[in-house]
Ligand binder design. Sequence first.
Ligand code: SAM
Length: 218
Amino acid sequence: MIEVPSQALARQYQEPAFPISDTCSFWKGESAVICGILGILGKPDFRLLEVGTYRGCGLVHFHAMFPAARLESLNVLPEQAGIGGTEILPREEIGAYAVSVGVRYVQHFGDSRYFDFAGLGKFDAVFIDGNHHEEFVVCDSMRTLGALVAGGVMIWHDCTDRYPMGQCVQRALGRLPFASQIVKVRGTTLCCYFKPVGPIGPPRRFRAACRNIGQTVG
Ligand SMILES: C[S@@+](CC[C@H](N)C(=O)[O-])C[C@H]1O[C@@H](n2cnc3c(N)ncnc32)[C@H](O)[C@@H]1O
């Protein structure tokens, strides 16, 4: 895995103010890095699929970063989650925070291991943040890869050796056939992968951002 420092990618935006009761799952500084990575797409109305909605805090951030982005999110329902399900919410709480602040997005329900992603068409970005167990992360990554356009980006949250679930994500990414092209953003739990358009690897803008801080990528 290639590593780049977060300052290569961070892009500030007007962050939403969260009520104290609504903790967001992003760690400090991470949303600015996500904003920078998504900005590399160079397309403000990109189509993004999130795996793992929870209360919708991530969606609120994505909307604040790029109000024209077309957001969709998948979450498992309690009755669909089998043994080993994590962070299972009742249907009415899934995405409820995003809905309460007026963020428009499309909510899908299902277990990511079996969901028909092909039926949704193509996305410019996929954000993997569902069940963090290793087998789920491998499965979610491989199954959504086909839904990602060439030149699109896959982003993973919680990839870190700092806590056990993060270690599961880290191990999962190491197993992916394109592991050597995944970029880890130092000081965060974020990793990203730009699906190549041709044999040239990541987009020029991504390579340029990383070269500016002396890192060669792809
Ligand atoms: C870490 S939370 C997501 C946080 C959210 N992305 C955010 O930024 O606020 C993980 C979510 O994935 C959902 N989840 C767990 N297993 C899943 C599965 N197999 N398929 C789809 N969603 C799943 C959980 O119910 C939970 O809402």
